[in-house]
Ligand binder design. Sequence first.
Ligand code: C5J
Length: 221
Amino acid sequence: MQIDATPFPYRFDVAHTALVLIDMQRDFIEPGGFGETLGNDVSLLEAIVPAARAMLEAWRAAGGLVVHTREAHRPDLSDCPPAKRDRGNPTLRIGDAGPMGRILVMGEPGNQIIEALAPVDGELVIDKPGKGAFYATGLHETLQARGITHLLFGGVTTEVCVQTSMREANDRGYDCLLLEDCTESYFPHFKAAALEMIRAQGAIVGWTAPSSAVLAALHSG
Ligand code: C5J
């Protein structure tokens, strides 16, 4: 398949492509989670849920591999460097008890993917202690074992975990495309800048396109 994308058309086939939804977890998208403790307006992120859901449903219907990630730490925080936990001045730190359980801790209610995008059987769920999906997760080996060469990215936040994961993937040899309406930032100008950085210099990190371009390609077969 070939779709219109920026800075030039993007080619992929479903059998060798995974849809990667980064950190669409309650901690970032719902009030009371990590995103809000950092002082952010989480309602901005909620706005992409319908587009991400439509993309997820279409990708499932096409039989494509789906990868969900969660920014998640072990309950003893042994995988959370003090430099990460102690940074800044949040109202609650990683591991502290909040309205949705312990912040960014595996198994807690706030750490679950939001209901609208909940994983189903056969989809990969990657718990990642870093901002990038490839750090300390084994994701690259898992994708290689499945013959995946292309990645379609969505999720939050654009300039932090999404961009970090795309850069990691690009360095590992994947052709990456960011779905423009399926990603969001707490800072709209950071999203705009991240999109520009990714596709600049001849897609130095990857391509961007609206999800409608992928949906149209999937529907036309
Ligand atoms: C952040 C993320 N922003 N998922 N995490 O801390 O982007």
